[in-house]
Design a protein around this ligand. Structure first.
Ligand code: AQP
Length: 355
């Protein structure tokens, strides 16, 4: 549809909406939550909730199935991720917490966005290229369309801000492009242009085995990541065995530039301690990893153990987790459904049931 088209009749004279500040973000239950998910996303989610902004958080199970998931494991991982959110400080009374597939408006808007987004935009997504690798003819169509569903996840709430890790920046730019094209095509100011919130010392936590690779829940090596379910001993061992170079820590952050493994451990320390990397370097300049790693291990255990034990307590009552997710889904649906109804009006779909 041409960008120059004037507003549809039913929208003529309508005032431009002022978008209410609302945060949306999600995590895939495609494995157990990692330290990367925690520092890059979950910790931020809690901070935003505590700032008093309306927060909508989602376990994006429809995204998880873009690659094969064993159904029983997916259910378990979704409950475990929900337990991780609550254990990390998400309060289901203050934030809306639910799993994506219980609110069908996500998938419905996702389809409409598949018809707005362009093939060329999707083809440029680096995460698709990374995940598909040389196998791009054989991966699911869903994996290719992933960013369009992600745009729907956000925009079905007309969310204005999205806290994410650095790896999601390109997908958020695409969500902005989709919102702009939709608004432009239909001559409306219906979808906000979302702002990514990429903050903190650990917006990209790297693998413990290779400082140039992102720490990821689907990495085949369990040694590459810290899982939120790891016990204290496992966390300590993984940090002590983390790959490093032979040099002591330098006295400036700049000197870490070509030392990806050392930089990663400093950033993790900073994020866990709530310091800047410069403060960590000021405290540990000249220290060998034989000193720094045990200090980092102690800090990680102190910060993560309370979350791990609360998660396992919550996991003893899966019925209660399902109840929380169901209640969250009802609240999410109450926001999303009227927004989707308006999208149907804007795009020319007849809605006459129950009238
Ligand atoms: N290593 C990381 N450092 C910082 N942030 C990270 N995030 C993920 N890994 C890191 C952030 O966590 C949120 C949820 O991500 P996701 O689970 O939806 O997908 P992902 O980014 O693809 O995460 P994984 O762990 O790599 O999952 P798999 O292996 O299944 O693909 C996002 O905000 C992300 O930025």
């Amino acid at each position: 549809m041409p960008a120059s088209q004037s507003s549809p009749d039913h929208l003529a004279g309508q005032t431009q909406p002022v978008f209410k500040p609302r945060i949306f973000s999600g995590i895939q239950p495609s494995g157990g939550l990692t330290l990367g998910n925690y520092l890059g996303a979950l910790k931020r989610f809690v901070e935003k909730q505590d700032e008093g902004i309306e927060t909508v958080y989602c376990l994006v199970d429809l995204h998880a199935i873009t690659v094969w998931q064993d159904p029983a494991k997916l259910r378990q991982q979704t409950r475990e991720a929900a337990a991780g959110f609550i254990a990390a400080g998400i309060d289901p009374a203050r934030s809306i917490l639910f799993n994506q597939s219980q609110v069908s408006a996500h998938a419905e808007l996702g389809w409409i966005f598949n018809c707005v987004a362009r093939m060329g935009w999707m083809s440029r997504m680096t995460q698709f290229k990374d995940k598909a690798g040389k196998n791009s003819e054989n991966v699911s169509l869903g994996l290719f369309a992933y960013p369009s569903l992600m745009a729907a996840d956000i925009l079905v709430y007309q969310a204005t801000m999205v806290p994410v890790g650095e790896d999601q920046k390109q997908h958020l730019e695409l969500a902005r492009d989709i919102a702009m094209k939709f608004n432009n095509d239909f001559g409306v100011n219906f979808f906000p242009i979302v702002e990514p919130i990429i903050e903190g010392a650990a917006t990209r936590v790297m693998s413990l085995r290779d400082g140039t690779m992102k720490m990821s829940k689907s990495d085949p090596s369990d040694q590459s990541r810290i899982n939120l379910t790891d016990d204290a001993d496992t966390i300590s061992k993984k940090i002590r065995k983390a790959k490093t170079d032979a040099e002591p820590l330098p006295d400036t952050v700049e000197a870490l530039r070509d030392r990806p493994e050392a930089r990663n451990l400093v950033n993790i320390y900073a994020a866990l301690a709530g310091h800047t990397p410069a403060q960590v370097i000021a405290d540990y300049a000249g220290a060998q990893f034989g000193t720094f790693k045990p200090a980092l291990a102690d800090l990680a255990v102190a910060k993560l153990s309370p979350i791990t034990s609360e998660m396992s307590r919550l996991m003893k009552d899966p019925g209660e987790i399902d109840r929380i997710l169901g209640e969250g889904a009802d609240r999410a649906d109450a926001i999303a459904r009227p927004i989707l109804d308006q999208v149907h009006d804007i795009t020319g779909m007849i809605r006459s049931r129950g009238r």
